[in-house]
Design a protein around this ligand. Sequence first.
Ligand code: AP5
Ligand code: MG
Length: 213
Amino acid sequence: MKIIMLGAPGAGKGTQAKMIAEKYSIPHISTGDIFRANIKEGTELGKKAKTYMDKGELVPDELVVDLVVDRLAKDDAVKGYVLDGFPRTIPQAEALDAALAKRNEKVDFAIDVNVPDENIVKRMSGRRACVGCGATYHIVNVPPKKEGICDTCGGELILRDDDKPETVLNRLSVYHEQTQPLIDYYTKEGILKTVDGTVPMMDVFSAITAILG
Ligand code: AP5
Ligand code: MG
């Protein structure tokens, strides 16, 4: 099963993608997580990506597409995957379709997790991410058992660099301009499914599993 998660920054793509990956035993591939891992390791890709991410801009398509296409060719992706944060532009979606078409494959579902802008800034300022394993919490909605400490690995929980309110606002406007057109793109392909992302996360998950079967 090949699934794409669409939605504004903070809509809950990562939260849902992790649960989908577990339930259907497919890898969760997040381009944001890949870039953050590269930034942490100090790679050339990480250094380049950071200059865009810190401003809330998109990393240029040419730095993203090959990375994802290579990742999808790995053995663990033969049965499918859940893509989180990719594609994010029409050229990325076209590049993905072209790469899959070469192998006679196609995306099965594009799931749009719909959350209005006014809910987003609140969510992002409360989000905490683990420096160790990348797990995501929210200080009010999804709190860890012990404040500031990851339930899974005991790592420190921090506010992501790009979750400051002014950067979040820019990420939202970049989303509307460059990523929202993908809703039409996947509607035309006949695979778009929209779920309400404002309800509790287990209810969002139930709506998604009802679609995926
Ligand atoms: P990326 O890491 O993909 O960030 P994003 O799209 O901005 O999305 P987020 O990860 O912030 O939100 P999310 O939807 O995953 O929400 P989450 O589940 O955490 O990208 C970061 C940057 O990398 C980009 O800005 C860009 O620069 C670059 N980049 C990445 N991919 C790229 C690409 N393909 N091309 C170019 N550049 C790229 O949830 C948010 C919060 O809400 C959490 O605290 C969570 O606990 C809480 N929450 C979740 N669900 C619920 C619920 N139902 N109710 C209440 N609270 C909830
Ligand atoms: Mg995410």
